[in-house]
Design a protein around this ligand. Sequence first.
Ligand code: D5M
Ligand code: FE
Ligand code: ZN
Length: 666
Amino acid sequence: MDELIKDLLANKYLITPPAYFVLSEHYKKEFALAELIKFTKQKFNTFIIDDNVAKAFLEYKGLLRVGVEKYVQTSTETMKEKFPKEIGTAETHEKESFFLAQTIEKPTLKEYSGKSREDIGHIVESRGEGEVYTEEIGTSISTGNTEILESLEGFDNELKGEYVGNLGGTSSISTGTVEEGVEYNGEEVEVKRQVVEEYGALVPLEEEEIPEEIKEKKYSVYRDFKVTLKEDFEPIAKEIKPEFEIKFDVRKVKMKRPKAKNANGKEGEIIIRSYENLFRSRLRKLRKILRENPEIRGVVDIGKLGYINSDGEITIIGLVNSKRETAKGFIFEVEDTTGVTKVFIGKDSEDYKKAYDVLLDSVVAFKGYYSKRGILFANHLYLPDVPLYKREKPPLEEKVYAVLISDIHVGSTEFCEKAFMKFIEWLNGNVGSKEEEEIVSRIKYMIIAGDVVDGIGIYPGQYNELNIPDIFDQYEALANLLSNVPEHIQMFIGPGNHDAARTALPQPEFYKEYAKPLYDLKNAIIISNPALINLHGRDFLIVHGRGIEDVVGNVPGVTHHKPAMPMVELLKLRHLAPTFGGKVPIAPDPEDLLVIEEVPDLVQMGHVHVLDYQVYRGVFLINSATWQAQTEFQKMVNIVPTPARVPIIDIETARLKTIVDFTKWC
Ligand code: D5M
Ligand code: FE
Ligand code: ZN
């Protein structure tokens, strides 16, 4: 295992792969363990070092090297100069400045650049090796970076002093590791690393060294597990004609990628243009949805706001670049392809509460009065949302059911294999009662929404929690289990973040070279993440659900303990993972395939490992939990899974029929 990871783990700190990638090369050469830990603790109050923390830390250490242009958000200071009355108090400013200064790599929609930017005070900043140069666009400047540096002054001095064990929190540093880190002796430490570029994201290929005892571990891939339909069990579903259609699959979408303008065109440029196209596509799709709302009329281009001579209310639709809560209301920066504007929505507005639902990079509409000072004072805020009318579907001739599962995590030491085997036996008619038999008998479909295996190298130190430390064997093991699902049950299987698939969303499929045994299953269809499946006329939107992470922590009161809530929030925004440059990586596809274009009858997600469901405006949202008991990592981040509970869906109503509980074997 790499030193940095090992040392962090020894101190009960975790690091995400992207953060590891940017930090490891500097470790012990340019920074010591204690510095990183103290910074993480004090500035972010967390023990998980993710790319945000890593970026801020490198910035603070003056080690940040960036290849592409960065767009830095306007600081509160600038806002205060421009709008001294309306905005922000000194306290909010101080609290926010650190976060405001986080750079965002999202490109603007460009078309208007050079026209109306002056009003906004955007800063485009690029850095070469060691030096910083700032290019001013428009009149107002403030990168926010100086503020970071100021606020961190003194911090550095503290670190220079001798470092003593306790950080003042619950975790303590083992002295040995720390001393090693502080007393770096200047020796060249060779870091061997192979790198591939997957859509511009650098991925370290170097494998973690497998500890000897794990290499030698004997494990089963369930070759001997064989179940057949119970004698005398004649499932009704065998006679029910299958009626399904994959209405949307990422792989079916043909996308035209932008081309380099000439032979000197760089891949980086193409990626940035792809992202530009992605956001245009997002804006176009969500604008269409918003315009179906009869209250949204007479939409004005943001670039034309300055020319409109209207005393009446006007409406704009745009991407949300930034959002801040102040004492008097929310201030947004909103952008469309023609320009950017500030929007203020005051606490007295009836739509004020909706502002909490707005995530960065989502698309919303505002209605209000445009002030010549360059700000839209909004009275109304509209989310794309779901219409209130009922979607009537013709009744079905016969009751037919679907089983929804996700996050099986085969290969993990916490995979509840016994419970999963019991479940498969249950599908084969080994039931406890007549009632159960009636249900099993009508199960015609099984949908699996990602994280089907635990994967390899998904989080630091994962080897200690793997039974099957081989990705091929993990998929074989899963296929061996699923080969016992009765043939009349049609399976649909999609990838999640633990699977051998593209990490960035959307995920087209499992890589065939790893997951071949799944592709070979007779009664399984591999789907993308996301995918839309129509079963007997009902639309089921199937998503692994990393987008939940965008919502949790950003919308007040929404937690991962009740995942149906963040799922509703995503549905209101009609997007599966809105925030760019946050926790969830988004691929630079020129079309945004994460927009929920059609309102489905049911949305299934997994990822958070907690069973939960809710009806929102006629749509049934359900999180299908997991087959993995609590891991060490989850213990640390307080995730309490509800494993081995299986929701059965009545397809006719697209609602829950029942939950079957296999917990006692887990
Ligand atoms: O996700 C299982 C659960 O763990 C889910 O609630 C998300 C959470 N999780 C996963 N990775 C992280 C990090 N890095 N920080 C905080 N919480 C995390 P799974 O995808 O199965 O690992
Ligand atoms: Fe999972
Ligand atoms: Zn997951």
